[in-house]
Design a protein around this ligand. Structure first.
Ligand code: ATP
Ligand code: MG
Length: 477
C-alpha cells in the first residue's frame, strides 16, 4: 500500500483554485507525469504540470484560465484535445485521456479517446504514469496501476507495456529512457535495454531537433557518462554521433599502444560537469578529441601520433552540427575554438611557463580563456598521481601568469595601441601593405614582451619600422 501524502503539494494556492473549479464543473481530472514523479522523488517541485482529464483537456483549461488571474494566452490543439497556458511561472498542460495507435513511418500517433487507465498505459515509463486525483471523491489519492512508485523506489525505468512495441511505436522514447536514466541515475530494465538495442534503426524517423533536445539533456546530467555509456552500449551513439563512438578502442602495433580516447573523453566530460553547467563547454569536452580518429598515425620506431587533431577536430564540429541541424551560430564557433585550442594550455603547462606563451594564449583565446583553462584541467585524466599533481601545479602557475599578464598588458580583448588611421596620417599615405606590416610588428612585439602595451612604446616602434620600410613622416616631406 502507498503511504505517500500528497497534502504538501496540494496546499499550494494553484491547487486550491483547481479543486474549486473541478468541484464545480465535475470534469474527472488528475495530475500526471514529470510533476508527480519529481514530487515522489522528493526533488524540487517542477513548474511544469500535466493534467489528465477523462474528457477533452480543452474544457478544463478554459475554465481554469478564467479562474486564474494574470494567466498567459491559451494555446489549443483541437486535433489532440490538448491545451496549455502559463500562470505565475507554472506551465500548465491539459490533455484528454487517450489510446494511441501508430503508423510505421511516423512517431505521431493516431489518437483515439480512451479511459484514464488507457492513458496511463500509453505513457513512456511507469514512473511517468503515476496520477494524483483532483476529484471530490478521492482528492489527493495516488493512482498507480503500473506500479510506478515501486519502480521509483527501485530506481528502475520500465515501460508500462511491451518495451519492444513501446520503442518501435515512438523511437524518441529510447532517448528519453537514456536521458531519465542519466539524469536520475536510474537503471533501465534489462528487457527494455534489449528492446532499445533491437530498435536502434528506428531512430531514423525522429527529427534531428528532437534528438538534439534529448542529447543536450543527457549532456546536462550531473554525470553525463552514465547516459553516454548506454548510448554506446545500445548502438545509438554510433547512429547519432559516430565521431565520438569511433574514439573507442586501443590499437597496439609493434608494441606501441595509445590512450583509450572514448573513455578518456567521457572522463573529461564528467570532470567538466563537476565545474560547470555551461552546455557548450560540455559539448566542447565531448568533442575535444574527435579529430584523433582521422589523424591517427603510427610512426615506426616512435609510436602513435595525432598530429593536427585539434584543427581537424574543429572542422569536424562544423560538419557534425550541420548534420544534426544544430544552429551554426556563435555557440558552434565557441565549441570549434575550444576544440582548436584544446592542447595549447597543456603544452604550456608541460613546459616552462613563459610570459610570451601566456600572452599569445590569452590573445588567441580572448574572453574564452577561463573556459579553455577549465576544459584543459578537466582533460587531465592521468592515473599517475605524480604527473596528475605536476600538471595541476603547472596550471596554477599558468592561471597566475594569465592574471599577471592581463593586469600588465590587457591582452584579453586586445585593441592595437595605434590604429591604422593614425599611422596613415603620420606618414601621409593611403591604406597599403606597409600599414599592415607596422600593425602586425607592433602586435608581435607586445605579445613577445619586447615592448609594453601602450601608445608611447608603440609609437617609438612604429617610427623605427617605418624607417626600415622606407617611409618618411608627412611633416618632413
Ligand atoms: P521533464 O519535463 O522533466 O522533461 P516529463 O516526464 O515531464 O519530464 P514531458 O516531456 O514534459 O516529460 O512529458 C510529460 C509526460 O508525458 C511524461 O511524464 C510522460 O508521461 C508523457 N510523455 C511525454 N513524452 C512521451 C512519449 N514520447 N511517449 C509516451 N509518453 C510520453
Ligand atoms: Mg514536463
Amino acid at each position: 500500500m502507498v503511504s505517500i501524502s500528497t497534502k504538501k503539494i496540494l496546499n499550494h494556492k494553484l491547487f486550491k483554485t483547481i479543486k474549486m473549479v473541478i468541484e464545480e464543473c465535475g470534469i474527472e481530472s488528475y495530475i500526471i507525469g514529470g510533476f508527480v514523479r519529481d514530487f515522489i522523488l522528493i526533488k524540487e517541485n517542477s513548474k511544469d504540470i500535466d493534467f489528465l482529464c477523462a474528457d477533452s483537456g480543452i474544457k478544463l483549461a478554459k475554465l481554469l484560465k478564467k479562474a486564474l488571474v494574470n494567466s498567459s494566452k491559451i494555446k489549443i490543439f483541437k486535433n489532440y484535445g490538448t491545451a496549455m497556458f502559463s500562470w505565475n511561472g507554472f506551465k500548465l498542460e491539459f490533455v484528454g485521456a487517450r489510446k494511441e495507435s501508430y503508423n510505421f513511418n511516423s512517431r505521431n500517433p493516431v489518437v483515439e479517446k480512451g479511459s484514464i487507465l488507457d492513458d496511463q498505459k500509453r505513457r513512456d515509463f511507469t514512473i511517468n504514469s503515476i496520477a494524483i486525483s483532483l476529484n471530490k471523491t478521492n482528492y489527493g489519492k495516488i493512482i498507480d496501476p503500473c506500479n510506478g512508485i515501486e519502480d521509483i523506489k527501485k530506481r528502475i525505468l520500465r515501460t508500462p507495456l511491451n518495451p519492444n512495441k513501446t520503442y518501435n511505436d515512438d523511437p524518441l522514447r529510447m532517448l528519453r529512457a537514456i536521458r531519465f536514466s542519466s539524469n536520475l541515475n536510474f537503471k533501465i530494465e534489462e528487457k527494455s535495454l534489449e528492446a532499445i538495442y533491437n530498435n536502434v534503426n528506428r531512430i531514423n524517423i525522429i527529427s534531428k531537433e528532437r534528438i538534439v533536445d534529448e542529447l543536450n539533456k543527457i549532456i546536462l546530467s550531473p554525470k553525463p557518462s552514465l547516459g553516454f555509456l548506454i548510448l554506446d552500449k545500445t548502438g545509438l551513439l554510433n547512429k547519432i554521433i559516430p565521431e565520438v563512438s569511433n574514439l573507442k578502442g586501443v590499437e597496439e602495433v609493434e608494441g606501441y599502444s595509445h590512450k583509450e580516447n572514448f573513455y578518456h573523453t567521457l572522463e573529461v566530460l564528467d570532470n567538466i560537469s563537476l565545474k560547470t553547467d555551461n552546455l557548450w563547454l560540455r559539448w566542447a569536452a565531448l568533442l575535444h578529441d574527435i579529430g584523433k580518429v582521422p589523424t591517427k598515425k603510427l610512426i615506426p620506431g616512435s609510436g602513435w601520433t595525432f598530429h593536427g587533431h585539434e584543427f581537424v577536430g574543429s572542422k569536424m564540429v562544423y560538419k557534425l552540427y550541420k548534420r544534426l541541424k544544430m544552429p551554426l551560430n556563435e555557440k558552434m564557433k565557441y565549441v570549434q575554438k575550444l576544440v582548436l585550442m584544446s592542447s595549447r594550455p597543456i603544452v604550456i603547462a608541460k613546459e616552462i611557463v613563459t610570459d610570451a606563451a601566456v600572452r599569445r594564449l590569452v590573445f588567441d583565446a580572448g574572453d574564452d580563456i577561463d573556459d579553455l583553462i577549465c576544459l584543459c584541467k578537466a582533460d587531465i585524466t592521468t592515473k599517475n598521481q605524480k604527473r596528475f599533481s605536476k600538471y595541476h601545479k603547472n596550471f596554477e602557475l599558468v592561471t597566475k601568469k594569465i592574471i599577471e599578464v592581463e593586469e600588465k598588458d590587457r591582452i584579453r580583448n586586445f585593441q592595437p595601441p595605434l590604429d591604422g588611421e593614425l599611422i596613415m596620417s603620420y606618414y601621409g599615405i593611403k591604406p597599403c601593405e606597409k600599414i599592415g606590416k607596422i600593425k602586425e610588428s607592433i602586435k608581435e612585439a607586445i605579445l613577445e614582451g619586447k615592448i609594453p602595451n601602450n601608445k608611447k612604446a608603440a609609437f617609438e616602434l612604429m617610427k623605427s619600422i617605418g624607417k626600415e620600410l622606407g617611409l618618411a613622416p608627412a611633416n618632413e616631406k
